[in-house]
Design a protein. Sequence first.
Length: 760
Amino acid sequence: MDYTILVMLLKDLVILPHQEIKLELKDEISKKIVKVSNKKYNNRVLIVNPTTTSKEPSVEDLPKIGVATYIKNKLELSNGNLRLTLKGEKRVEVLDYNSFSDEIICADVMDINLPSLDEDNRNVLLKKLKEAMTQYLDASPNISNSIFTLVSENDDLDFLTDAITSFLPLKPSKKLQYMSEANYEKRALSLIKDIKLEIKYLKLEEKIDNRVEMKLSEEQEEYYLKEKIKEIESLLGIKDTSSDTYKYYQKLESLAIPKKSHDKLFEEIKKLERMNYSSPETATLQSYLDWTLNLPWQVLSKENLNAKKVMTSLNKSHYGLEKIKKRIVDYINIKNINPSLPSPIICLVGPPGVGKTTITKSIAAALNREFYKISVGGLNDSVELVGSRRTYLGALPGKVMQGLRKCGTSNPVILIDEVDKMVKDYKGDPASTLLDILDSTQNKTFVDNYIEEPFDLSNVLFILTANDLKNIPYTLIDRLEIIELASYTVYEKVDICKKYILPKIYKDLNLTKKLVIKDETIINIINNYTKEAGVRNLTRVLKTLVTKIVTTKSSMVVNDQNLSKYLEETVNDHEVSKINSPGIVNALAYTSFGGATFKVECAIYEGREEVMVTGSLGDVLKESIKVAVSYLKENKLIKEDALKEKTIHIHLLDGATKKEGPSCGVAITTAILSEIYQVLIEQTISFTGEISLKGDILKIGGLREKIIAAYNAKIKTVYIPLLNQNDLKEIPKKILDKLEIKKVSNYQEIYQDLFKNNIA
């Protein structure tokens, strides 16, 4: 009977009829074959072995004989692989190979029907095969009785040849010959010869083993004598202080370690003592003991708990960042009252360059604690944090335990950087693992997979950093104490430059002469040569400036006139481009890199009554556009037929940047009205806020960054939600004095302000 079956290729593994094998599939094509087989082919696949060794065999390289198999069991492993149990059913002849899909092939096959063998010939072959197999089993005393029972009780020659072939330790190429031979008479004759050859190999191996055993007995005698000497020395009270085990015992006794852990490690050292040093396990056990015994078990560095000194130290190293400084001082004050207070889990959220990492280093220095940094950006494997089992090849403890050993104390400051960039996939969920490390209710008895003994992490001060609050994993965020570090204003950057950046550059370059530079020139550098929320790039630019002046032996006086001589590249895109037509408005955004301005454009033209959106918008922004259109229609701010058979196209400039967030609805609504009524919105006006279907202006986040971005772009008037008026306290008065902030609660207020008197 002819039928079709999916094909799976195996290169180094041969399966025979009636044989069961286990496979672990890594490639996606094989996984797809299993999936399709389950749905359409009753879990049957054809196993064939290509006749070529090339990585990508062609159809011409595939044999005409294969084994039809049944997928008896399948299991998806945690590492993404698929484990299968295949049972060989029968040999089949391949009539033709076909393409099932771009990646999968199938085969038209038919069952193989052989003429029956003469009864006398069959009995003789059966007898000879069983005799040969009995001799082989006698020569191999360690073999299981199951094969003996199978051979003695079964008279099916076809089945027996396949069963014996799968059992014998033959090379894959030899087994492939047996698989490809459909005639069981030929298989039986060949198998009898191969069994006798295997018996010869076994006898030869026995001779070699006897010789090796004699040599080993001599080595064992030497080992026995050495052990006897050790025992005699022990009875006489003589200790070998140079031995590794003696040093391990001494180290163990010096540790302030829990009794259970002490007893466990004591047994491990005794185990090492009994081991032969040539054993491969010796190095593994020594490595484990080196790691475990050198951890800072209950070793604490003396902490500086003088709040005034800590604040002075932090102010000396960092400008601003008052929230985090105040939180550390509060922690010290409470710690003085209650020394057993668990350390807070602080997460610093802010744009790059505002000082998240450096303030953490300064906190460690101010508290007189050791500092260690763990970067988890892009991390997707939990093993990196909690270590791997020591039975694995190349096993090591996780990054936390590695950090503790390097610090030498159990109360360092550990910075976990970029928690918003961790990845959750088939390898694990690092955020959930991180929770076990951070949570003070759990980490008192934290167990690293490699160390295997509980270690108290409650004394560690963990400080996390992130650029974007929205991307911090949900499993973590409710356990963290979030402190947002905002962008610096241009005036703050000038102060930082004069008090921190330039003095550090002079010190690094060992300069005695200093730049003569006015505040206006520093502002020029900030506005025209940098584009950032923090001061990282400003530091880089100033270092380049000083280096060029020193190396060219130029005047140390820097002003706007000679600045371009030293700094060539400008990034002067702070000022918004001129708006010269209706349908365009300025909007404000809060990104992971700080505040930003961008334009919302609207075009309305004849066509289907629909809304088109472009500019790499997320789902929330697309919904804002729909809300804006519905609001304008329902509240009759536009004529009933204004949008009839018209297409509205909304575009947010800078299409390469992904835009998402609920704060653009007001700008979108204004752009649509501007286009419909052909009212030009001044380029010095900008908007932030989300709109509801009833026109209410909703509260938004990141107002400080947005206002700073508006100021840098020379915006004069900013419309903000009335609900955000308390956030204005965080904005420097210098900036607020130069901006007109209009607080609105409903869009009707903006309509009255910009459109009511300008509509014909």
